[in-house]
Design a binder for this molecule. Structure first.
Ligand code: FAD
Ligand code: DHB
Length: 388
């Protein structure tokens, strides 16, 4: 098979890249290890920066998001069962959209079907065979080994994919921080506890109250790293959530049977550069943020915006400047998000080795955000998304 861009991974990064390229007349082949049903069963991120909203609209996948998503003009931070609100619109004139990653992926699949895009599912043992002179990627479907020849490879295969590891170890530098806790997430068909998201710091650990719709709540609890979700009954989860949320919200919390329960580890990770020869990394393949800043999906979308623009300039106009600048341009934004997510995580979680000094610093940090408009503006600018 021959194409212009072979894309490894059909998560939001790979599907969106394919969608933007196809609409610009650039041919793509997407290779995904799992089935479409599996990809669509993953419950992940829920908050879209305004730039992401506009990017999805511009890619022709905004219709359902604009009907079913909900615009949020603020967020609350909780501390020791009290809380305060940060007004995004007042602080920076922007807002966020709450619309699940699963729904975005579904919309992208439908849009790709309508364009007749090529997405190969259950593509096993994907291997990058050549990425210098030309780009060659091989994979197995059924019992047959197949090859795709392309001008470029987009590595959109997430943190555990093959793309990043295909770059020789001496040609990349990795930066990492692993946090000593995870998030236990529960999806529940009950009305959300509050109309906006609440990120709560509590002596028993962090909690987040989020949502997917008027009758679909998403809640998270900080748990020790390596926790098995089966250790937590629904009743125990909601009892603990009530303890950690602001009292005003906890009394209104409606518990219900979980329809999904999983634990996500927390990590900050960046690989540099995001390019090697004809291979370009985008999304979780190149970087991971802890979910506290709601940046993972948004960063993947920003990478795709830069990469799509650069690939189109090269393949349509023969202008390679943006492609050569891609890694530096993407990494500048990535490090801002890494910093913000690390800061939110540090301010809101209870660390197992937290000393009384660390504790007071954390309280002072929250107090600064609670009482300073300037501090709230910085948070609002970062949360709603830095400009591309
Ligand atoms: P992915 O969504 O990981 O997609 C990569 C795709 O590549 C997958 O479909 C995978 O099956 C495929 N793939 C992998 N290996 C191969 C291979 N060898 N060959 C072919 N295909 C391959 N972010 C938030 O902001 N909030 C959250 O609450 C949140 N929760 C998360 C929970 C979990 C368990 C995880 C893993 C991530 C979470 N994130 C969250 C982060 C956010 O979901 C990601 O940043 C986002 O999915 C990145 O999109 P992506 O397309 O780069 O990668
Ligand atoms: C959700 C996840 C996040 O990581 C976050 O910061 C906000 C919301 C969510 O799943 O709804």
């Amino acid at each position: 098979m021959r194409t212009e861009v072979v894309i490894i991974g059909a998560g939001p990064a790979g599907l969106l890249l394919s969608q933007i390229l196809n609409r610009a007349g650039v041919s793509t082949v997407v290779l995904e290890k799992h089935s479409r049903e599996h990809v669509l069963s993953r419950i992940r991120a829920g908050v879209l920066e305004w730039g992401s909203v506009e990017t999805l609209r511009g890619a022709g996948v905004g219709r359902r998001m604009d009907v079913e998503g909900s615009m949020h003009e603020g967020v609350s931070l909780g501390f020791a069962n009290e809380g305060f609100r940060i007004d995004f619109t007042a602080r920076c004139g922007r807002a966020v959209m709450v619309y699940g990653q699963t729904e975005i992926t579904k919309d992208l699949y439908e849009a790709q079907d309508a364009l007749g895009a090529t997405i190969v599912h259950e593509a096993m043992d994907v291997a990058i065979e050549e990425m210098a002179g030309q780009a060659i990627v091989s994979y197995t479907t059924g019992r047959t080994r197949q090859r795709v020849t392309a001008n470029y490879i987009a590595g959109c295969d997430g943190f555990h994919g093959v793309s990043r590891r295909s770059i020789p170890a001496d040609r990349r530098t990795e930066f990492e921080r692993v946090y000593p806790f995870g998030w236990l997430g529960v999806l529940c068909e009950t009305p959300p506890a509050a109309p906006e998201l609440i990120y709560a710091n509590h002596p028993r650990g962090f909690a987040l109250a989020s949502m997917r719709g008027p009758m679909l709540s998403r809640y998270y609890l900080q748990v020790p790293a390596g926790t098995d979700p089966a250790e937590w009954s629904d009743a125990a989860f909601f009892d603990e959530l009530r303890r950690r949320l602001p009292h005003k919200v906890a009394i209104r919390l409606v518990a219900g049977p979980s329809v999904e329960k999983s634990v996500a580890p927390l990590r900050s990770f960046v690989t540099e550069p995001m390019r090697y020869c004809r291979l370009f990394l985008a999304g979780d393949a190149a970087h991971i943020v802890p979910p506290t800043g709601a940046k993972g999906l948004n960063l993947a979308i920003a990478d795709v915006v830069y990469l799509a623009e650069a690939l189109i300039a090269q393949l349509r106009d023969g202008d390679r400047r943006a492609l050569d600048a891609y890694s530096d341009r993407a990494l500048a934004r990535v490090w801002r998000a890494i910093r913000f997510s690390w800061w939110m995580t540090t301010m809101l979680h209870r660390f197992p080795d937290q000393t009384p000094f660390d504790q007071r610093i954390q309280e002072a940090e929250l107090d600064a955000v609670a009482t300073s408009e300037a501090a709230q503006t910085v948070l609002a600018e970062n949360y709603t998304g830095l400009p591309y």
